[in-house]
Design a protein around this ligand. Structure first.
Ligand code: TPP
Ligand code: MG
Length: 409
């Protein structure tokens, strides 16, 4: 079969180039044993110790956040939690490659990324707590509300990127997406649009091998999701999604390409969803433990740790400080997510339209009437039970018949 390479029409001279995208072997700095590997090994000089340690620390904190959220969903403090345990190299590496002025378009699985951007952990979990608002200020954090409808964030990112280009600022929009999301029309429309208009967008696919129970083989017949870039005429690259250094590097380069006017990039990060899809899913029904074990041996955090230890960077003090920060974050999540949220039913109707529609106002009145009627019925039931407390003749009046003056309160 003839293999076509994407021509470097721009002659941009970026070091990775992203040209040989039909070679499906992912770019790597660190192999699964934490040793420098692959074509990037000679760039080791770029890996400044403070950057490496900051990346590792963010991964330690991110993983602790994920574990705590998983625990809190079991305690009923969150409605649902899609874990990104094992996907930290993507969640964190990509964020650390962005500028604070760039925009991020996350999915439901990307709370760890949001926390890495600086969003308060409790605010980051607002949606998954069952609220109808996203919980944080998207403008402040340059992070769009998390999208649950698959791939809908991709056209949002393409649109924002084009707007930034037209406005002449150097903002880049980065959209995350799952492997399953790449089968959605929105994904294709977004990539096509971004390529046609050379919008400064980066589409980052976390190929974690599953869309709930649907394995990648049922999602695509392509050798690599990154190959789809060819069809849109954009740069494409496949990266080891469990190698945080490679992810960070690839996203940084894609962002710089976008900023320099060279258009969008499709990144496929090859990783694995270690946990079930959410707490509502039983992954043992559709995959073997041996497969999970294989990926456990490619854990992104352990891999970086091996490398950092070999370089003598992971001192006891560094480890203690990171663990302390991670535990403090978990304590804070326990305390604040443990509090009952104050819910105001009128919030249902707020922020829907600047000028509420007549239908919305009607529904608000109807809901209020229903709640008033419920409250009235409860009050009446309470009064009756209270009256029953004094009655000695009606033995069937429940607790009141026992002569308990508190009955019905
Ligand atoms: C448009 C749309 N169709 C179906 C769903 C139901 N759904 C929720 S998550 C999911 C799987 C998504 O898999 P993937 O894109 O690989 O992301 P992952 O969950 O693995 O991060 C599906 C089908 C949805 N949320 N939106
Ligand atoms: Mg997936």
């Amino acid at each position: 079969m003839t293999v076509l390479a994407t021509p470097d029409k721009t002659g941009s001279g970026f070091p990775l180039g992203f040209d040989p995208i039909l070679d499906p072997s992912p770019l790597q700095y660190l192999d699964e044993h934490g040793a420098l590997s692959g074509p990037l090994r000679d760039d080791a000089a770029e890996l400044a110790p403070d950057q490496l340690l900051a990346t590792w620390r963010a991964m330690v904190v991110g993983r602790r956040f994920d574990l705590q959220a998983t625990t809190m969903v079991r305690q009923g403090r969150l409605a649902v939690y899609p874990s990104s345990y094992g996907q930290e190299a993507c969640e964190i590496g990509a964020m650390l490659a962005l500028r604070a002025t760039d925009w991020f378009f996350p999915t439901y699985r990307d709370c760890v990324s949001m926390v890495t951007r600086g969003i308060d952990p409790v605010e980051a979990l607002t949606l998954l707590r069952g609220d109808w608002h996203c919980g944080y200020d998207p403008q402040r954090w340059r992070t769009a509300p998390q999208c649950t409808p698959l791939a809908t964030q991709a056209p949002h990112a393409a649109g924002l990127a084009l707007a930034a280009k037209l406005a002449g600022d150097d903002t880049v929009a980065l959209a995350f997406c799952g492997d399953g999301g790449t089968s959605e029309g929105d994904f294709h429309e977004a990539l096509n649009f971004a390529a046609v208009y050379q919008a400064p967008a980066v589409f980052f696919v976390q190929n974690n091998q599953y869309a709930i129970s649907v394995p990648l083989a049922k999602q695509t017949h392509a050798a690599a999701l990154a190959h789809k870039a060819v069809g849109y005429g954009m740069a494409g690259v496949r990266v080891d999604g469990n190698d945080v250094i490679a992810v960070r590097r690839v996203v940084a380069e894609a962002a710089e390409r976008a900023r320099a006017g060279h258009g969008p990039t499709l990144i496929e990060a090859v990783t694995y969803r270690m946990q079930a899809h959410t707490n509502a899913d039983d992954a043992t029904r559709y995959r073997e433990d041996s497969e999970v074990e294989y990926w456990r041996s490619r854990d992104p955090l352990a891999r970086l740790e091996t490398y950092l230890k070999a370089r003598g960077l992971l001192t006891e003090a560094v480890v203690a400080e990171a663990n302390q920060a991670a535990e403090a974050l978990a304590d804070d999540m326990r305390a604040r997510l443990g509090e009952e949220p104050e819910v105001d039913h009128r919030d249902l109707f707020r922020h829907v339209y600047a000028q509420p529609t007549p239908q919305l106002l009607e529904q608000a009145v109807a809901l209020q009437a229903e709640l008033d009627a419920e409250a009235e019925a409860e009050a009446e039931a309470g009064a009756e039970a209270g009256a029953g407390a004094g009655a000695t003749t009606n033995a069937g009046a429940g607790a009141g018949a026992e002569g308990d003056p508190e009955a019905g309160r």
